[in-house]
Design a protein around this ligand. Structure first.
Ligand SMILES: *[C@@H]1O[C@H](CO)[C@@H](O)[C@H](O)[C@H]1NC(C)=O
Length: 228
């Protein structure tokens, strides 16, 4: 009985696939247009970010396509941040509590017109990492790419003007990549927030970028509005 059921289901799936293929074939130009958009879009990202889709395509990352850029509106957060966001200076921050790999976390921020959290001062770093969820690690916008390993000792923040990464709370100080978990397969930095009673036990460490963590997004109005 079960066997027959699965048999029917399977041929049903085959039929669906066949129909879908027919539709795609019939739609002529569409696939061409789609690939054109996905090829152009990373180029626009390069102006703003310290890394782009080519870096994200290395083995330690998931190679996922980015959404098409929305026609962006001017962001005015001089008064308030959107509901659920945290405010610090001219930036708004979103604590993402869906468990995501680094590349998906970055994309999720991008969909909210934000980047992963980049600290422009140690005060900002302390204030914002303190809002991430207790006893969890959260992705931040800090990566040491294997292909820059020879030329760069320090990891790269996602946007310009950030603090010297060696000054933040690495697990092992003074900072060096290897003692803090970095390897060819562990490029992405995450901030671990210890429970409040053990605050000094919070730290930053490198992990494989495919690990599933929380994440912190930052929408810096200066950066967001420099896009247009
Ligand atoms: C926002 O970005 C600008 C330009 O990089 C920077 O000077 C400023 O410190 C940032 N503000 C915050 C709160 O991150």
């Amino acid at each position: 009985m079960q066997f027959i059921f699965f048999g029917t289901l399977f041929s049903g799936l085959l039929l669906v696939c066949a129909v879908t293929n027919d539709i795609e074939d019939a739609s002529g130009e569409t696939p061409g247009i789609v690939s054109q958009i996905t090829e152009e879009q990373p180029h626009q990202r390069q102006k703003l970010y310290n890394w782009d889709y080519k870096d994200l395509g290395t083995i330690a990352f998931e190679d996922i396509p980015f959404p098409t850029l929305q026609p962006s509106q001017t962001i005015d957060q001089s008064e308030n941040c959107p509901e659920g966001w945290i405010r610090y200076s001219d930036s708004c921050y979103w604590v993402e509590t869906e468990l995501l790999g680094f590349a998906k976390a970055e994309r999720k921020c991008s969909e909210k017109q934000s980047t992963l959290f980049v600290a422009n001062s140690i005060d900002e770093w302390e204030a914002i990492r303190g809002h991430s969820k207790d006893s969890f690690s959260s992705w931040i916008g800090l990566v040491r790419f294997s292909h820059y390993e020879r030329s760069e000792q320090l990891p790269r923040w996602q946007t310009e003007g950030a603090v010297n990464p060696s000054k933040i709370n690495w697990l092992i100080k003074p900072y060096s990549p290897l003692v803090n978990g970095w390897s060819q397969l562990a490029n992405c930095a995450a901030s671990y927030k210890s429970p409040a009673s053990l605050e000094t036990a919070s730290y930053t460490y490198f992990y494989p970028c495919t690990y599933l963590f929380y994440s912190i997004c930052e929408r810096n109005s200066t950066i967001a509005n420099s896009l247009h």
